[in-house]
Write a protein that binds this ligand. Structure first.
Ligand code: ADP
Ligand code: ZN
Length: 288
C-alpha cells in the first residue's frame, strides 16, 4: 500500500509517503505561498508515486461537510490567496483515489489516538497552543465533524483579574486564542513567549485560561484523554499549574481520570499531524 499524507499548514505543507505500517519513505516541507505555486510542488512530489489513498489535514477553516457544494474548500482563512480555494477538488482532479479530508488538528488527534499518547483509547482531544490555538476531537475512533468542524480554540473564557491585555483574535479579540496563544503571551509582556522565565506570572495567567478551556472540553466532550501540542506547551511548568487550576474549577463535580494521566503532552511531537494524515489515508483506502 502506498499512502500519501499532506499536513497543510499556514506556513508550510508537509507531504509524506508511507506504507501501511506508517514507515515513511519520503517527506518534504514546502513553503505555503500562493495556492497554484504550492500545489505545483505538491504534485511534483506525489507524481513520483502510484499513491493508493490520501489523507489531508488542513489549516482552516475548511468545509468538511460531504453534502455541501463547497466540500473540500478552504473557506474564510485570513490567508487571502487561499480563501475559497477548492483544495480537495484540485487534488482529486489529479489523483483518482480515495481521500480523507479534515483539519490539521483533527489529523493530529487521530495520530495521537492510534499511535501516540492515547494509543488503545477510543477517544481523545488534541489541543495545540502555538501561533494559534486549535483543537481536534476523535470519538469512537472517528474524527468529529458536524455542520463544520470544532473550532475549540476560539471559545470564551473568564479574564484573569491581573490581565489587561486586550487580546489579538481578529474575530473575537479576547477569545481563548486571542489571550492564550503564543503571540498573546509575547504581546502581553512585550517579548517572545520563549524568553519568559519559568516562574513568571505569565504562566499562571496562561494556566488560568487553559484550565478553563479544559474544564469546558471535559464537560462537553468527556474525552478519555486531553493531549497538548504546540510550541507554548514545551513549557513544562505549565502542567502542574493547569492541574491545580483545573481541580479548583471542577471542584469535584466530575470525577476525571488522574490529571497527570488525563492531561498530557503529545507523544508523536511534530509528527502527530503527518502520521495522522497517513493513518487517515489508510482508513480511506480500507473503507472505500
Ligand atoms: P506553529 O503554531 O506556527 O506551528 P509553534 O507551535 O512553534 O508554531 O508556535 C509558535 C508560537 O509559540 C510563537 O508565538 C512562539 O512564541 C511560541 N513558542 C514556540 N516555542 C515556545 C517555547 N518553547 N516556549 C514558549 N513559547 C513558545
Ligand atoms: Zn477568536
Amino acid at each position: 500500500m502506498i499512502l500519501g499524507g499532506i499536513e497543510a499548514g499556514g506556513t508550510k505543507f508537509i507531504c509524506a509517503i508511507s506504507d501501511e505500517n506508517m514507515e515513511i519513505k519520503e517527506r518534504i516541507s514546502i513553503p505555503t505561498t500562493a495556492p497554484e505555486e504550492t500545489m505545483l510542488n505538491v504534485f511534483e512530489f506525489f507524481d513520483k508515486y502510484d499513491v493508493d489513498a490520501f489523507g489531508i489535514g488542513s489549516f482552516g477553516p475548511i468545509d468538511v461537510n460531504p453534502s455541501s457544494d463547497t466540500y473540500g474548500n478552504i473557506t474564510s482563512t485570513p490567508k487571502v490567496a487561499w480563501q475559497h480555494y477548492p483544495f480537495l477538488d484540485v487534488m482529486k482532479d489529479r489523483y483518482d483515489v480515495p481521500f480523507s479530508f479534515t483539519t490539521d488538528v483533527n489529523a493530529a488527534a487521530y495520530g495521537e489516538m492510534k499511535m501516540g499518547a492515547a494509543k488503545g483509547k477510543g477517544s481523545c482531544m488534541y489541543i495545540t497552543v502555538g501561533t494559534g490555538i486549535g483543537a481536534g476531537i476523535v470519538i469512537d475512533g472517528e474524527v468529529i465533524h458536524g455542520f463544520s468542524h470544532p473550532e475549540a480554540g476560539h471559545i470564551l473564557v473568564r479574564r484573569h483579574p491581573e490581565d489587561m491585555f486586550a487580546g489579538f483574535c481578529p474575530f473575537h479579540g479576547d477569545c481563548l486564542e486571542g489571550i492564550a496563544a503564543g503571540p498573546a503571551i509575547g504581546k502581553r509582556f512585550d517579548t517572545d513567549a520563549k524568553d519568559l522565565p519559568k516562574h513568571h506570572i505569565s504562566w499562571e495567567i496562561e494556566a488560568y485560561y487553559l484550565a478553563q478551556a479544559l474544564v469546558n472540553y471535559t464537560l462537553t466532550v468527556s474525552p478519555e484523554m486531553i493531549i497538548f501540542g504546540g510550541g507554548v506547551m514545551k513549557q513544562d511548568q505549565l502542567y502542574p499549574l493547569i492541574y491545580k487550576e483545573f481541580e479548583s474549577l471542577m471542584n469535584g463535580y466530575v470525577e476525571t481520570p488522574k490529571l497527570s494521566e488525563y492531561i498530557v503532552p503529545c507523544q508523536l511531537e511534530d509528527n502527530a499531524g503527518i502520521i495522522g494524515c497517513l493513518l487517515l489515508a489508510k482508513n480511506a483506502y480500507e473503507t472505500k
